[in-house]
Design a protein around this ligand. Structure first.
Ligand code: UDP
Ligand code: MG
Length: 318
């Protein structure tokens, strides 16, 4: 009988890693045995692979990866640190035309790798985008959970469609990867772009574990800047809110002026210091805030107009 495995999809697992020496071996081992299992029970093609994208790690991550000498593992070594999103993109760009479906996941094993089975099943059923959604974040700190929830609410309010509690754990068909790569923006917020692709999609649910080793590369301020990028890359709503705020303030101050005049002509004493200083600070604050938001968008235009390359590959170890 002919081996039916040839007809099975080629799956590439794409794993960005930055300073992950504490976990990289465990991660490679777990992912490799996952891949072997899937190959052995003939769910996926023998040519399936794991791609580790070393995002300019300053520790021993690259050396440890090189020592693995596993024929299922490919290492893409970027020339420096470009950030998670660009590292992911580098992996996808390499995988395109080599695989039928690419699954992106973090190196820290926080995303339950057993969800890969259901992702592949959905892919086989014709879904081109399969979102991995955490339905349990109890392993995250209260603060991380709270800030993430508010972020999703805010994005929703601003009219940006993102899938709640979905990060970058997802399966993409070859066609979906090609479409994603046709977005040329430098300010990359992949999870905001995926829903814009519009192919047949679905979500699978999994429990998010705590990091087994190593530290999060997204401390508070980096997370905040990532959220800010997400908002300003996908929504001009903050500019709109700003103009509305400006209009409300000018109308209010008009009435305030009329009131002050009336009080003056009726011979009342002009209110003193407070009524002058408070609006002054308030308006000053609003103006600076407004300028800041405008500046954010101008900064984006500046970066996009230069259209700099998003990453350089230093070497590929196959
Ligand atoms: N990562 C990366 N480049 C960076 C920062 C992070 O490739 O500049 C990788 C990191 O190694 C991990 C993934 O992106 O595999 C997610 O990072 P992390 O787990 O620190 O984020 P968190 O889960 O805390 O949001
Ligand atoms: Mg993590």
């Amino acid at each position: 009988m002919k081996d039916t495995q040839e007809s099975k999809p080629i799956i590439y697992l794409i794993v960005p890693c930055y300073n992950e020496e504490e976990i990289i071996n465990l991660s490679a081992e777990s992912l490799d045995s996952k891949l072997q299992n899937l190959i052995n029970n003939k769910s996926i093609n023998k040519q399936s692979k794991i791609i580790f994208v070393n995002d300019g790690s300053k520790d021993n991550t690259l050396e440890l990866l090189k020592e693995l000498k596993n024929q299922n593992i490919i290492i893409i070594n970027l020339s420096r640190n470009y950030g998670h999103q660009n590292a992911l993109l580098a992996g996808l760009e390499y995988a395109i035309d080599k695989c039928d479906c690419a699954i992106s996941l973090d190196c820290d094993l926080q995303d339950d790798i057993n969800a890969i089975d259901s992702m592949i099943e959905r892919f086989n059923n014709g879904y081109e985008v399969v979102y991995g959604v955490r339905d349990d974040r109890s392993s995250d700190s209260f603060f991380k959970r709270f800030s993430a929830e508010r972020f999703y609410d805010l994005m929703n309010f601003l009219g940006v469609k993102i899938v709640k509690n979905h990060a970058d754990y997802r399966a993409l068909s070859n066609r979906a990867i090609k479409s994603l790569l046709s977005f040329k923006e430098v300010n990359l917020f992949i999870r905001g772009i995926i829903p814009l692709l519009g192919y047949k999609s679905c979500a699978i649910f999994y429990k998010r574990n705590a990091r087994v080793a190593g530290k999060s590369k997204y401390p508070f301020f980096k997370m905040l800047s990532f959220a800010f990028d997400g908002i300003t890359s996908f929504s001009v709503q903050p500019l709109r809110i700003l103009s509305i705020l400006g209009a409300i303030i000018s109308i209010t101050s008009l009435f305030f002026g009329i009131w002050a005049l009336v009080v003056y002509f009726m011979g009342g004493t002009i209110s003193g210091w407070t009524s002058m200083v408070v609006p002054m600070y308030f308006l000053g604050g609003v103006q600076i805030f407004g300028l800041g938001i405008l500046g954010e968008y101008i900064g984006k235009i500046y970066k996009e107009s230069k259209a700099r390359p998003r990453y350089f590959v230093d070497s590929i170890i196959d």
